[in-house]
Design a protein around this ligand. Structure first.
Ligand SMILES: C[S@@+](CC[C@H](N)C(=O)[O-])C[C@H]1O[C@@H](n2cnc3c(N)ncnc32)[C@H](O)[C@@H]1O
Length: 204
């Protein structure tokens, strides 16, 4: 489905980074060190390219090869470089203490994927590393402005606070906002946002 969605000249979610990510991007590194960021379900590259422009060393993972090819094209267009990994997140292992930050923007997260991925996100982050996510909540079904129609793939404050138990939450909120990010994310929406830090001593 995703390869088909991305098989047009247009960028399905636009070329501009997600608004929440833009708001909090400066919190993904530590001080002047920007560090290594892993972007899960990156799609066509808008968020990875934005982070590379901010000075982060970005690796993008996605199940769509077409999306990643467009991500590389966007990076070249913008004069930055990003690394891409073509993988199904259900089998992807980010390693241990590798990443200063891991981000996930609008990745559908069915329960089986959550159970696989969250423990690996936690393990993959360096001590003090940041996890940033924005996703639709099940209330989004009433808005119909993006995110499909599978409530089980959507997230909530409660799911995230449980999955990231022990993290320090700098921001954790369910809210309604206007998401106008490409032709598939088109208006008032119900989202959950998190910026949380893994316990550890590498950062203040
Ligand atoms: C709604 S798009 C969001 C893309 C991008 N994060 C953005 O905000 O522009 C969802 C993305 O998740 C990817 N995706 C969904 N399930 C996946 C899985 N199990 N493994 C890898 N990628 C997946 C799709 O290929 C698609 O690019």
């Amino acid at each position: 489905m995703w390869d088909e969605r991305y098989s047009t000249e247009d960028y399905a979610y636009g070329k501009t980074a997600n608004t929440f990510l833009q708001q909090y991007a400066q919190h993904l590194g530590s001080g002047v060190t920007k560090g290594k960021v892993l972007s899960l379900a990156e799609g066509e590259g808008r968020n990875a390219v934005f982070l590379a422009q901010q000075g982060y060393e970005v690796t993008a993972v996605d199940g769509s090869l077409v999306g990643l090819q467009k991500a590389q094209r966007l990076a070249a267009e913008q004069g930055v470089s990003i690394a891409c990994i073509h993988a199904d997140l259900n089998e992807f292992d980010p390693g241990e203490a590798q990443w200063d930050a891991i981000i996930s923007i609008f990745c559908p997260m069915p329960p089986a994927l959550r159970h696989w991925l969250f423990p690996r996100i936690i393990r993959g982050l360096k001590p003090g590393g940041a996890f940033l996510l924005e996703a639709y909540t099940p209330q989004q079904l009433a808005f119909g402005t993006g995110g499909g129609n599978d409530a089980a793939s959507m997230l909530s404050r409660e799911i995230l606070s449980t999955a990231l138990a022990g993290f320090t939450f700098q921001h954790l909120a369910e809210l309604e906002r206007d998401v106008v990010e490409g032709q598939y994310h088109t208006g008032r929406a119900s989202v959950v946002q998190v910026l949380a830090r893994k316990p550890g001593s590498e950062r203040a």
